[in-house]
Design a protein around this ligand. Structure first.
Ligand code: ADP
Ligand code: MG
Length: 249
């Protein structure tokens, strides 16, 4: 499989405090890659770096062979840090932690917001109908204000909104956070379908290590801003260190 995203020795700081200390990762086209780690490890910071929401102080991120993020003053050949909007245009969509839905807008209006890169109104309508087929609960509630939806429904809407731009790479920041186990299962099932049936490459970040590893091909483990382990997800599920620290076994 071809490499889609390459993260090469990146560092990110908030003020004087370095949050990522030299992270390297690869995401192959067509797979589901998971990143697990405790609260505060730096998972969200990594996703923000990929979409250009936080600047790198070192390293580079390459998407489909072209650099998308490099440090601001980098003189690297061909290197250019793209603004978030241009990264989205290349086909990367982020479902942020906590979903960030527009609570006073209807489901339909939220999906329209997700289509900001799509110019053709007929395509927008068709994408919305696809989303209502895929998430029937959203179809039933399309005219309702988002704040009236349950947490699980809001998460599904946030995913549908990200899919409106037909991304090649979908980044998911803790899709199961704060949801009941059965709802989390439902959401992971949908994530697999998005990957298997629509061919969208998925990179998901989770504190729920078991769900993440069971639903991915390759896994990475992050601890305080460093990648400390990476392997096939099924190998990580039986790794003694992972079992002890993340699976409560
Ligand atoms: N906007 C911010 N300003 C300052 N520090 C931050 C900010 N966002 C995150 N951090 C710090 O960076 C570290 C990594 O945070 P984060 O990426 O949110 O971790 P995770 O998503 O794994 O819980 C934490 O120590 C956190 O306190
Ligand atoms: Mg986070």
């Amino acid at each position: 499989m071809a490499q889609m995203l390459k993260i090469d020795d990146i560092a990110v700081s908030y003020g004087n405090i370095e949050a990522l200390h030299g992270i390297s990762m690869e995401v192959e086209a067509g797979g589901i890659v998971s990143l697990i780690g405790a609260n505060g490890a730096g998972k969200s910071t990594l996703l923000k770096a990929i979409v250009g929401q936080v600047p790198l102080t070192r390293g580079s991120i390459t998407f489909e062979g072209s650099p998308i993020c490099v440090p601001r003053h980098s003189k690297k050949e061909g290197g250019k840090a793209l603004p978030t909007h241009d990264i989205a245009k290349l086909g990367i969509a982020l479902v942020p932690e906590g979903r960030h839905v527009f609570a006073d807008m209807t489901v339909e209006e939220n999906l329209d917001m997700g289509a900001f890169l799509v110019k053709d109104p007929a395509v927008i309508e068709r994408k919305k109908e696809e989303m209502y087929d895929f998430f029937p609960i959203l179809g039933a509630r399309r005219k309702q204000k988002t704040r009236s939806l349950s947490g699980g429904e809001q998460q599904m809407m946030a995913i549908a909104r990200a899919l409106m731009s037909s991304p090649k790479l979908l980044l998911l920041d803790e899709p199961g956070l704060g949801l009941a186990p059965l709802i989390v299962q439902d959401i992971f099932h949908k994530i697999r379908l998005i990957n298997e049936e629509d061919g969208v490459t998925v990179f998901l970040v989770e504190q729920n290590a078991r769900m993440a590893l069971r639903n991915s091909t390759v896994g990475y483990v992050m601890e305080t801003g460093n990648i400390v382990l990476s392997d096939a997800s099924e190998a990580l599920l039986v790794n003694e260190r992972v079992k002890k620290a993340y699976l409560g076994e």
